[in-house]
Design a protein around this ligand. Sequence first.
Ligand code: 0X9
Ligand code: ZN
Length: 421
Amino acid sequence: MRLIWVLATLVVLASAGSLKDPPTVRYDNYSVYQLSIKNKIQLSLINKLGELSQKYNIWKDYDDHTKQMHIMVSPSESTRFQLLLKFVGISSQLLIDNVQKLIDDEKISNRDSGTFGWKRYHELAEIEAWLDEILATFPSVTESFSIGQSYEGRNIRGIKISHGSNKPGIFIESNIHAREWITSASATWFINELLTSQTTEVRNLAENYDWYIVPVFNVDGFEYSHRQNRLWRKTRQPHATSSCIGVDGNRNFNSHWMENNGASSDPCSETFAGESPWSEPESKALSEYLTSIKDKFSVYLSFHSYGQWLLSPYGHSEVEYPENYDDLQEIGAAFAGAIKNLVYGTDYVYGSTASVLYVASGSSVDWVFNELDKKVGFTIEFRDKGNFGFVLPPAQILPNCDELMAGMVALIDKTNQLGYI
Ligand code: 0X9
Ligand code: ZN
């Protein structure tokens, strides 16, 4: 009898707890390390840490190019983690010593001014209000569109910029990963430039193409990253058999879904592919929208951070290459070269996703490439290389945007020369 009372009390307490909003997640003294991985045993050990415990979070997966990965470690695990590294012979370098400090600094600059701009990061409501202003200011060349609804019922909005019908179309999807705030900051800046810049290069970009731009694709995740957990990556749909929430939107597309270990079947993993392809309303809606305008665009770009990469298909296989790989490499060289030439001298590495980064299956870019047959598709991984990672200081928004524009002009120019648009 007493046991029943204890159980009942536990149930009541548990449900009372779940009614409250969880407190905003803090990352005091969480550190991020760069690890140099020498073999498969080391790699699988670190991957397990990342998946098994809340105290670790993989910021950047292992890539064959640098043979490095980035992992965030909670202060309570720090000593054990150092011992483990020593024991298995993994060398490490500290990238960030206190993630919360970066988050706090970012917040301070967020209080600077009320107006929309690119000196700080904005939340969803501000981005949407700005979008409405832009639509009202440039009614003859802009049009609002909606991809559909997110799991939590938000509209996934986009803007079309067009100076006349039936120009070759370029589609930009941004912020599929919630914590990658630099992506929507750069996408909104890019929209603004297309509409207001007077430089010849930008005018040509604006006037010779139809632009479809979705600045915040993962609206639920983005909102959550502002309100609750700055480092949230996935969507926000709960899972039937796990308390872990959300899916990696960029693993949920129906192209080589879950193949070659390019995604996880564990709902708690950051690269959880979902119950099935299109299990997430967001990816399903995007696929339907893209299908409905498939004759209207020829280039597909997906904005991510971080790492400074320009990634072409395929993501699902290291051994298969698309027929037009040489062309994609030429476009990549033009993009990286243009960025390198700017005053910042920033390096971008280009190449196929699986060969220079890692196998990632079921991504949006690969789906558009394979299923909609759009042969120019890239993932752009913006700044930086890990000194700030996802929490890129607001002072770097504009430099990143300069790089985006230089890269974009070169990318479109080369794509045009090669006869794709
Ligand atoms: O893993 C990803 O989804 C992307 N990297 S990130 O660190 N931003 O999460 C890379 C996506 C690669 N693109 C393709 N598979 N085409
Ligand atoms: Zn990403």
